[in-house]
Design a protein around this ligand. Structure first.
Ligand code: KMH
Ligand code: ZN
Length: 408
């Protein structure tokens, strides 16, 4: 279920709403509107009107008068077993105009609107009254991209490099809620590599420590040949990435020509691996559809939207919503957003019913200026957020089922 819902009421404050001198409407009237908004949200979520328990904050920011039109909007931000936390905003969209020489009927359509009240509060729907299962949302599959090809030890000392370091990090991430490890490997000197032996060593070390789906990269690093990039497929990983098109990648070009995509896909299929489709642009979804039409790929498809790479599509809410709207039916999707976009895009994806990838490959910071001590704290935060909006976090077995990965 998509928890990212809002509900908006629009209505006119009449003379009967004016309570104080100067036709002023009392603040409690805004709270009454928020109560109705909250009730609508609870009905949509639970099939029950629920109850308002408490406001944790209320701010009155501008006067409301008879004749004003108010738009009151609310959104659910956190879902517990019975509690539903919401934020509210009331805006004046039309205001009666007062002043010397103006008719009593003078009014203005306000653009931009004026925020008159903001609030945050918690409602409760007792379990027995919850008629809809919020659990209809699939468990959230969290992927940890623990190393990547670009980040260096000079940028963060927390980057795992050796097979043992990768395995320890994978184990920490699994304990924090990751069911998929997106894996690159490095030479002992830290340079990115796609060598089969290095991947095999990392896979073996990870398997000894954790039951996770290992998704090996076939993207490697910019400039690698196709044969080089295909190196990890000799390990027959459960999953492997398939990059769906050529993009600018910062100041470089990440080349994925159409013949290369088809060749890599054929090798992924031959390895018995499930492809994760990396989309850096809208047209990459169309390319996946072409691969299905050509009989090279069969559904359900698993997309990862890689957002915020300089030179490719931006990490914005409207982008995510549009990409999701373009997916073939039955597809699963996740968001991997880089840098400071990782947290907000992860949270958006989890609210919208999607999956998320976090980790040092895409973002080395936990907060502004604070390095993440590995990828596990980023996974833990995503898992906490998923639960806060009523999603469970997929176990590895659940993730295998959701992604169509057969036990080996
Ligand atoms: N390192 C990037 C150039 C993938 O893993 O499939 C490509 C990448 C994508 O990381
Ligand atoms: Zn990667």
């Amino acid at each position: 279920m998509n928890l990212d819902r809002s509900f908006t009421l629009r209505l006119r404050m009449g003379a009967h709403d004016a309570h104080y001198a100067g036709d002023l409407v009392d603040g409690a009237r805004m709270l009454a509107l928020f109560g109705d908004v909250a009730t609508a949200l609870l009905i949509e979520l639970d099939g029950d009107e629920g109850l308002f328990r408490a406001y944790s904050s209320v701010e009155f920011l501008a006067p409301v008068r008879a004749g004003d039109y108010i738009e009151a909007e609310g959104r659910i931000v956190r879902v517990g077993a019975t509690s539903r936390e919401m934020v509210f905003e009331a805006r004046k969209i039309i205001g009666s105009a007062r002043g010397a020489g103006l008719a009593a009927s003078a009014a203005d359509a306000l653009a931009p609107s004026v925020v008159v009240c903001r609030a945050r509060g918690t409602c409760v729907t007792p379990r027995a009254e919850q008629r809809r299962a919020i659990a209809a949302s699939p468990p959230a599959v969290l992927t940890a991209a623990i190393v990547g090809a670009e980040v260096t030890r000079a940028q963060t000392p927390h980057l795992p490099i050796t097979a043992d370091e990768l395995a320890i990090e994978a184990e920490r991430c699994a304990a924090a809620g990751a069911s998929v490890i997106h894996l690159h490997v490095r030479d002992p000197d830290g340079a990115p590599s796609q060598k089969t032996e290095l991947f095999q060593a990392a896979l073996d070390a990870i398997r000894r420590r954790a039951d996770v789906i290992v998704q090996t990269s076939t993207g490697g690093a910019v400039g690698m040949s196709l044969d080089e990039r295909a190196g990890p497929l000799a390990c027959r990983p459960e999953m492997a990435t398939l990059n769906l098109g050529t993009v600018n990648f910062g100041d470089e070009v990440f080349q994925n020509t159409r013949p290369e995509i088809r060749e890599l896909l054929a090798r992924i299929v031959a390895a018995g691996s499930v492809p994760e489709l990396e989309a850096y642009e809208v047209g990459h979804i169309d390319e996946a559809t072409s691969l299905v039409a050509e009989g090279r790929l069969s559904g359900p498809l698993h997309f990862q939207f890689v957002l915020g790479i300089k030179g490719a599509i931006g990490a914005r809410e409207d982008v995510v919503r549009f990409l999701v709207s373009q997916l073939p039916p039955g597809s699963t999707w996740g968001v991997a957003a880089v840098g400071r976009h990782q947290r907000p895009m992860t949270e958006l994806a989890l609210r919208l019913g999607g999956n998320a990838r976090v980790g040092l490959e895409d973002n080395i910071f936990l907060d502004k200026g604070v390095l993440a001590e590995g990828s596990a704290p980023l996974v833990a935060r995503a898992a906490d957020y998923a639960k806060s909006v009523g999603r469970s976090v997929a176990t590895t077995a659940e993730a295998r089922a959701l992604l169509g990965i057969r036990a080996r």
